[in-house]
Write a protein that binds this ligand. Sequence first.
Ligand SMILES: Cc1ncc(COP(=O)(O)O)c(C=O)c1O
Length: 405
Amino acid sequence: MRKIVADRIGLISYAIRELVPLAREMERKGEKVIYLNIGDPLKYDFDTPHHIKEALYEGTLKGYNYYSVSEGLDELREAIAYKEKKFNGVDITAEEVIVTQGVSEAIAFIAATLLNSGDEILVPDPTYPLYQTYIRVFHGKPVFYGTIEENGWQPDIDDIRSKISEKTKAIVIINPNNPTGSVYDEKTVKAILDVAAEHDIIVISDEIYDRIVFDATFKSTAALSKDVPIIGLNGFSKVYLMTGWRLGYMYVYDPTQKYRDILVSALVKMARCRLSASTPVQYAGIAAIKGPQDHVKDMVAKIRRRRDYLYKRISEIDGMSSILPKGAFYIFPNISRIEKDDKLFALKLLKEEKVLVVHGSGFGPSGAGHLRIVLLPPIELLEEAMSRIEHFIKKMYGNRVSKIN
Ligand SMILES: Cc1ncc(COP(=O)(O)O)c(C=O)c1O
């Protein structure tokens, strides 16, 4: 038999969905599994605002059914530039915005656009897994920089500095962070920008959770950059509750003007390969930005209550502890005092108690000994899930817990 599949397929892993086939199989056998693994509010009691749904229908009736230009509808790019200014203080023009089918696609385009074989991109450890994957698929090397758990998972600036080499093309920031829930201090973002400026490298800033922040002030990287080119990533999945619609964007903000045109035209070339993002969905994206924003406040209040509940429950369990998440919708508890093998823990928890969480090591080496749990389910479901987790820890790790105490 010929080797028909390319080696790069072996480089793809996506921890968040790894245990899903097993959970599905259990469900087929009649078990009731509680899913705490996927960052999709629409899987719980959140829904896309009605006026956005109406706009999608209206878009189809008005004839927005053709392939749009690859960089996206002009009206949407204008709306995105307006949104970035209004909410994040970022000064960009519509020409600097490229509309994508979600931030996921933007990550692929950026990796394809920046990387020659062996080039490096610094990514936070732990990280959102697609960064590692796409950097590898496009023959680059993801180089992890540390983030410090005791310091609320803020990036370790000295470590970033020490990891920069001749081959470094960019530094990735995910803020607010998935999986840790950290929101970076302004001082930290500025320090990262200083390192980037010293070495003439760009910063890629994933801000998809920009308006889902609880007890912190979020500052957009581009709003703080004086001399570093930024590729900003953002989208409609989370804040506008449009996960399944697949709409996102990236922008190039370059105060030096050195790389702006080169980057925009290279990224647009990549975008042309897939023709366009869905045109009626883009039309609805305009309504999302221009229409009422009330749902954001309600959503954040709801997630905050769930965060408070989960944090309290986790803090009460012997052998589990967590930093309080300040943004996004994840909590990243540490279980290393009772179990270093987080993957085994997640597997056993699923098999024994029918609760699906993501093992922390799937997000990078320093995620080992951690779990990622979504803050999205209603309190009653979280209550049930936490009771099962508590029961599991007592049953499987009772001895270790009593030794800790
Ligand atoms: C940090 C981060 N970036 C990007 C994405 C992908 O989002 P999209 O739905 O826009 O592809 C996610 C989804 O969970 C995410 O958490």
